[in-house]
Design a protein around this ligand. Sequence first.
Ligand code: NAP
Ligand code: ZN
Ligand code: ZN
Length: 350
Amino acid sequence: MTTAAAYAVSAPDGHFEKVAIERRELGPHDVLIDIEYAGICHSDIHTARDEWGGAKYPCVPGHEIAGHVAAVGSAVTKFQVGDRVGVGCMVDSCGKCDPCLAGEEQYCVPGATMTYNTPVPEEFQPGGYTLGGYSTQIVVTESFVVSIPEGIGLDVAAPLLCAGITLFSPLRHWNAGPGKRVAIIGMGGLGHVGVKIAAAMGAEVTVLSHSLSKEADGRKFGAHHYYATSEKQTFRDLRGHFDLIINTVSADLPIDSYLKLLRLDGTLVILGLPENPLQVKPFTIAGYRRSLAGSMIGGIAQTQEMLNFCAEHGIGAEIETISADRIDEAYERVVASDVRYRFVIDTATM
Ligand code: NAP
Ligand code: ZN
Ligand code: ZN
């Protein structure tokens, strides 16, 4: 077994502290990764604070992982020591159900093994549940590890492992591209990467942010239009306008008002995961044959496709790198929407 340094929280209102954790012995198909950077996703905060229920403590979040391969198991064929690699939100799945066979492991019927907070046998992760990337090392089966192409820095690549794929997957699924009007609600960690990817796909991109304070950045990332949702006029001006609206907001939104911004056959995709139910009037979706949909991260093959696409288009996340002792402060700032646009932990500081 390998002992790694990690940062863990021991209660929903606790503070992050340095701990030592065990990683499993390398199996034949396993890869040991020296983690260099770990992004802070809002899902880490929902989990660490037990906002979704069922959190296990001590909790080591982190599913935006970038680093180098430190060792490989005897049967590993995909990677060699020294390779630049990433790990996202999943570390295993059943491999046999229809979604797994279709390369959509995130929709695994018995449930994918998420990178942290998922119950697993002791031989998979000592302690009995997965511990994530706020750590110096992790062991992952090779089929859940992806290559980070040369040309994207590991630090700006780390957030692509969750934020990047979470936006890339629905943008591809609902055919964002030339001639399509796409709106991104919320320009945080997920949203800002979504703006860059949707623009690179050739769509006409609009940001719907709660204020105009980040407009100059949005336009730099490739947005063609930028509106404040605090203005009632925005909802009048954009009624019936979009083919695709992607909601990345981590808080409750009056979703019915946003559905009205879809044109005929348009789709609004929910990515943000606050805990409360949505309120939708049947008339709003029946009118204009609108769809309300959701999407969860993306499969492993598509994660690789996304990284290749980002390398080709020069896309990385906009980051603020922090030392591991500043995670608590970073969480407060993410919740206050005071981040431009993703915090990334430099694990050398552990
Ligand atoms: P984030 O960096 O905190 O960004 C969220 C953005 O939402 C903020 O930048 C802000 O954008 C807007 N916002 C926040 N509070 C708001 C409020 N009270 N009213 C209106 N707008 C508000 O979070 P993130 O890491 O991008 O994650 C966003 C959500 O997606 C979280 O709920 C997370 O759990 C979820 N998520 C889902 C998936 C999936 O697979 N479906 C994957 C990853 C994360 P503006 O300032 O531009 O308004
Ligand atoms: Zn995430
Ligand atoms: Zn499966």
